[in-house]
Design a protein. Structure first.
Length: 125
């Protein structure tokens, strides 16, 4: 049986589908308690019922990994932790975005993504 995320991606026929699938696998492998669903018309991952990670796939050709603490953006500008590998652009202290449109960006980030996701999920909402 296909998941709702797989069905969505099948419908989108996204040009970066292989990269999206690889990112999905990395996220789910990074933390076994993450649950995958669809939110904001893209793959979304919850931990203990709270939204924590979203893959933005629209518009076609874009691919962003968004680490967040839900829909509401914090007003503080200080990030929750230091992103040693500088993968994220911090939009607020609890919202970081990594851009993976280009293959080179994704390849550079891959060795560090599991660690980044584990660190992110460890922060309470």
């Amino acid at each position: 049986m296909k998941s709702e995320v797989t069905k969505l991606l099948d419908q989108l026929n996204h040009p970066l589908r292989l990269r999206i699938e690889e990112l999905r696998n990395i996220i789910l492998d990074a933390h076994p308690e993450l649950e995958e669903n669809v939110k904001w018309n893209g793959p979304n991952y919850t931990f203990n019922g709270a939204d924590r990670i979203t893959i933005r796939v629209n518009p076609p050709g874009s691919l962003n990994l968004i680490l967040h603490m839900g829909a509401k953006v914090s007003s503080s500008a200080q990030p929750l932790f230091t992103d040693e590998h500088r993968l994220l652009l911090w939009k607020s202290r609890d919202r970081g975005v990594a851009d993976f449109r280009e293959a080179a960006q994704f390849e550079r980030a891959k060795p560090f993504l599991r660690e980044l996701i584990r660190s992110w999920v460890s922060f309470p909402v």
